[in-house]
Design a protein around this ligand. Sequence first.
Ligand SMILES: [Zn+2]
Length: 326
Amino acid sequence: MQSPPEVLPAAAPVVQSPLEVLPAAAPVVQRPLEALLAARPVVILDGALATELTRRGADLLDPLWSAKTLVEQPGLIRAVHLDYFQAGADVATTATYQATFEGFQRRGMDRDAAAQLMRSAVRLAMEAREEFWAVPANREGRLRPLVAASIGPFGAMLADGSEYRGHYALSDDQLRDFHRPRFEVLARSGADLLAFETIPCLREALIQDGSRNCEGEDIGACASALQPYSLIAAIGMNCTHPEFVESLLRRMREHTGKPLLAYPNSGENYDAAAKVWRGNPHLRSFADQSRSWYDAGARVLGGCCRTTPQDIKAIYATYGVQHLSP
Ligand SMILES: [Zn+2]
């Protein structure tokens, strides 16, 4: 059985302890997501960054998308991260999804400047976390949140919606050459996790880990294939329609023992040509729908495009440790 096309950008592995995979590894290897999962019934991710920036007035009609704001309005990114922590998010995802050497080069930035911007995105999330954590009342019932450095797929750099289609006609070497330099910058950026988001095919997900060509589209097969990689802390799907999430999770659960994550979009569809979201959000509230994702095995929950701090607040109200009966 193949997944419907809407759910192809589905394999979204989260790699923990990014330094562990680099030759110059730091001596201390932590497994921060595992630690959170051991202490919490559900780890709560943040919601949308880019569409939330737009909602607050940022103009992202640009091939750099949310990375444009890194250059122009870094304070706004920091404010959105802070709002998500306050809404209950245990993890902030940085504004690096569409931040690539290629994209910044098109703006006349050299590699050093591009790497600086990527690092600055991680710093903004870390600053927001420290600001949040510095207030004693914020720490009540909470664990110190994590920062996940977002790594978008090759298709995100093309800025034409390719990440929802895949099939880039690139060799494994070309995909690896695209990912490696940014991976190395972000792995050394101080982020706690690397979040590979909206990866449209298993082949690209595997290349992140230095393995070989193994393209496949069935989500169960994707889960099986990612199972052996001990550095992958959790797998699941993002930016898909909420209605597909439960069945995708159930299929993945049959093939993996790894923690499952789900952070779908609001249920609207992205029109890549016009660069706008069309349609209506799913009628049931996000937190309400998330119960079926929890029942299907997901323990890391959040939102992708068009979700807001209100959605995360509702998830926190449902799954925050003080709200969940044993
Ligand atoms: Zn999204």
